[in-house]
Design a protein around this ligand. Sequence first.
Ligand code: NGQ
Ligand code: ZN
Length: 454
Amino acid sequence: MSRERLWFRSALLPDGPAERVRVEIAAGRIASVEAGVDPATGEACGGFALPGLPNLHSHAFQRAMAGLAEVRGPAGDSFWTWRELMYRFLDRLDPEALEAVAAQAFLEMLEAGFTRVGEFHYVHHDAAGAPYADPGEMAARIAAAAEAAGIGLTLLPVFYAHGGFGGAPPAPAQRRFLNDLDGYARLLEASRRAVTDLPGAVVGVAPHSLRAVAPDELGPVAALADGGPIHIHIAEQVKEVEDCLAWSGRRPVEWLLDTAALDRRWCLVHATHMTPEETTALARSGAVAGLCPVTEANLGDGVFPAREFLDAGGAFGVGSDSNVLIDAAEELRVLEYSQRLTRRARNVLAQGAGRSTGRDLFETAARGGGQALGAEAAGLAPGAPADLVSLDLDAPELAGRSAEAVLDGWVFAGSKRLVDGVWRAGRKVVSGGRHHRRDEIAARYVRTLEGLLR
Ligand code: NGQ
Ligand code: ZN
């Protein structure tokens, strides 16, 4: 078996940062890790190596409207007015366009330090709302995009049936998302077929939200997960909490905790608006909170009670959601900064005195994200998939830093500009910060956008 050897000036190992590290890769996995060794002559050398971060929540198609919803409307811009624009944007998105946009988004994720994406995929039907001949048509486009970019895929086909709490009828603009339970079972089967040739792919289920799924549908959808992850949007907006209270007398997270047997397979996306009791109960359930700090800031959602959630033992990961900006470091930075701004304090999410905030954020999000995406145990350790990122230690932002200070430099003073190399399942897909297929994928994306935005 051929082995590839990589040597890094420093690296984040499971026990912490280490100097002069050799990583051996064989058959897409890490075969061995040695610290405190010198490079052999001719050995490939890199800066600071760390595991790739999972991106636990993406709607890839929304990358195409990034920055296009930032002009003030006639009255009261909000999450809901943004959603109208997003729905209108969907009118022109055909399978070809979805594939082109998703490939670009996935490429940018890799260039930004993410090596696996949870694609929360809900545009299933054609622009008129009619099913495609193959119910897995759009899922196959997502799979093709993941394959072209070389990112790990956890595909989360979405069940969407209603337009509000308690089974309210859907709006015409939601026509492309809709299925009944039988249609959803067929979609799921087709989605599983669509990823069979994609190495390391995982398929989960995604009841969209308590707005789009009626109580008697939630159990059957979750039961189709077959051991895979279960993702749901929840409690992102105050109006959603109010509507849920009016409908059921309970808050969304409270309702879900009472109704579904939440456990480690679940990921509650956003969970922004929770009481202290909900926060503690969610943390104890073992479910992951799927935080999307950049999108939550962009959409004006609110601030997740992260310190309280961590104190109760909660697990979180991060996602790029609307993909208005794709940058792993930025997600972690905005998460910490939202806490600093509201609490008027510093280093809020570090786990104790003397701890690096950047490292604690990164390691917590890596663990939670991997759990939420049903991924194999990650980290720079033998047996783990070789999903690696290297940062450029010659960048001014990291100049003179010890290995201990690199993650804080990346998260607080850097950005995706510091990402130098990226390996996914042992295959190098980014060198010198550039994805190997950037020219081709970006050219197709630009052509597609010219059509979409005409
Ligand atoms: C989505 N996005 O599914 O793309 C949602 C908007 C909704 C976010 N929640 C639609 N950020 O929640 O109804
Ligand atoms: Zn979402």
